[in-house]
Design a protein around this ligand. Structure first.
Ligand code: 13P
Ligand code: SF4
Length: 304
């Protein structure tokens, strides 16, 4: 079956099942093109919490579908493939988090949504790359904040708060691998271009950026800037929307290696099978869901 035929079948099944397709900007172009909602992690969580659909099909990685299930336990949440994790989310275990809490008594735990449901369940509040600074500063009674699992996001956030931030040692290989040398080379090849980067990049790389933000933030920046050429320091899936939204601008990847293998594993055929067979249902056990929902819902409240 060709791409268009598969897309049409998926759209029909979505309608028949009162289902919506949520997709992240790092998904394949042909998946992005048929999504009901395309967004960054924050926008997708908001939609998952508010949708009136019966079924949520998640084109993203596992933590995103888990968050949807945590926020909307009465909906059927489908993840078309089960082998789509986020290596960053695996960079902390509950045991390690519990030990870090013992070592830092009084610290509040701010957990990046790129984490397991269990990690969220042991946190005070969640954050995304779009709201990390706001969330940390919303903790009025906290002097010290333990930010897990992404160390780069934690170090970036620490520049915009009076609170003491203790970064965990996790990182995203897609963003952490981008080196200042690579960025400088691309800058030299594209004089006058602005550089937009995701806060999961290293501090030395972020120091070279004209804009730092979530995927949604980078898209907004690209729409609003007068610059005609932008170097992009995040996963290359975002190029699709950057080009669609800004046909008069040029986008240059900061590196050819910024590819998230897990995000790219999902195909249109997986989504079609998922809807035909109503698989794979993601359900977080209540004893984990309830405390994880507290941390996620508190984040959504503080982001309003
Ligand atoms: P955003 O929340 O910026 O979309 O980021 C998600 C992600 O996985 C970044 O690597
Ligand atoms: Fe996880 Fe990095 Fe992939 Fe985002 S790009 S899903 S943080 S591995």
């Amino acid at each position: 079956m060709g791409i268009i035929e598969t897309q049409e079948k998926i759209r029909k099944l979505l309608d028949n099942r009162n289902a919506i397709l949520l997709a992240h900007y790092y998904q394949r172009d042909e998946i992005q093109d048929i999504a009901d909602i395309l967004g960054d992690s924050l926008a997708l969580s908001v939609e998952a919490a508010e949708t009136t659909a019966d079924v949520i099909v998640f084109a993203g990685v596992r933590f995103m579908a888990e968050s949807a299930s945590i926020l909307s336990p009465d909906k059927t949440v489908l993840l078309p493939r089960l082998d789509v994790g986020c290596p960053l989310a695996d960079k902390i275990t509950v045991k390690e988090l519990q030990q870090a809490k013992v070592e830092n008594p009084g610290a509040k735990v701010v957990t990046y949504v790129n984490s397991s449901a269990e990690t969220k369940a042991h946190s005070d509040i969640c954050c995304t790359s779009a709201n990390a600074v706001r969330i940390v500063n919303s903790l009025e009674d906290a002097q010290t904040v333990l930010m897990v699992p992404d160390g780069n996001l934690a170090r970036y956030t620490s520049q915009f708060t009076e609170k003491k931030i203790i970064p965990w040692r996790g990182f995203c290989y897609v963003h952490d691998n981008l080196s200042p040398g690579e960025v400088q080379r691309v800058k030299d090849e594209n004089p006058g271009a602005l550089f937009a980067a995701h806060p999961e990049c290293r501090a030395e790389v972020l120091a070279m950026a004209d804009f730092v933000g979530s995927t949604g933030g980078i898209l907004k920046f690209a729409r609003e800037t007068d610059a005609k050429k932008i170097i992009v320091g995040t996963e290359r899936g975002i190029m699709h929307q950057l080009k669609i939204q800004n046909p008069d601008k040029t986008f240059v990847p900061a590196s050819g290696n910024m590819i998230c293998v897990d995000m790219k594993r999902m195909t249109l055929n997986d989504i079609l099978s998922s809807l035909l067979e109503m698989k794979h249902v993601i359900k977080v056990p209540e004893e984990i869901r309830v405390p994880a929902n507290f941390a996620l819902s508190r984040m959504l409240e503080a982001s309003k």
